[in-house]
Design a binder for this molecule. Structure first.
Ligand code: C5P
Length: 223
């Protein structure tokens, strides 16, 4: 079980709001396990699509999801999800087809249930692997997955800025459409969790956002 020096940080926000870039740096600075839950939903979407299963194929999804054995491979500080022992390559996770369907898959309660259990188990995984805590990013981390997190952040940025960032990454991604679906779904919608610190990164460099977050973490830890 985590001890009192173990730090749990939840980072939520819309697509391309800067969650991954900031979380990775903070994980490095504070020796935390880094968990990208968007990659979990993308991995499930990818393996289902590979089997020609689409979001409307409810029965097939429920059957398949129960047959998946989820595991973790540690790559530096990054916890990568494995499905039946397989890690899905980044280029597949970020493909246009996965971008197109991932939010529809992630609205399905049975998929969320399986991933919720897995995601919560990563706190113990971080302890067992001697990290000083974990930083987990997604849409429902501070609200549902880790509601007792020591720190909760909600990152925002103007839509034009977020589109620009995605373009620079070379990805074909309708981020506003995904955000709308993620906010509107019934199960674990994207929200700014209670008491979370909102940071708008539109006018800030990556370093400035990280500095802001680290200052908040340090100040609150000392009080
Ligand atoms: O973070 P990323 O943009 O890679 O997430 C891909 C999709 O996964 C989101 O648009 C959302 O539909 C889903 N997701 C989710 N809950 C999370 C993380 C991601 O529903 N905690």
């Amino acid at each position: 079980m985590p001890n009192k020096n173990f730090t749990v940080i939840a980072v939520d926000g819309g697509a391309a709001s800067g969650k991954s870039s900031t979380s990775k740096i903070i994980a490095e600075r504070l020796n935390l396990l880094y968990v990208d839950t968007g990659a979990h939903y993308r991995s499930i979407a990818y393996v289902l699509l590979r089997d020609a299963i689409y979001p409307e194929d409810h029965k097939d999804i429920v059957n398949k999801i129960d047959s998946y054995k989820l595991g973790t491979q540690l790559i530096g500080r990054l916890a990568r999800l494995t499905i039946n022992g397989e890690i899905i390559e980044d280029s597949f996770l970020r493909s246009a087809q996965v971008n197109q369907y991932v939010s529809q898959f992630s609205a399905i309660p049975q998929i969320r249930e399986v991933l919720l259990k897995y995601q919560r188990s990563l706190t113990n995984y971080a302890c067992e692997h001697h990290f000083r805590g974990l930083i987990m990013e997604g849409r429902d981390i501070g609200s549902i997955v880790l509601p007792d997190a020591n720190f909760r952040f909600f990152l925002e940025a103007d839509p034009a800025m977020r589109m620009h960032r995605r373009k620079l990454q070379g990805h074909d991604d309708a981020i506003q459409m995904r955000d709308q679906l993620d906010v509107a779904r019934k199960t674990a919608p994207m929200i700014c969790p209670p008491n979370a610190i909102r940071i708008n990164s539109s006018e800030l460099t990556l370093e400035k956002v990280v500095d802001k977050m680290l200052k908040i973490i340090e100040v609150q830890k000392d009080t």
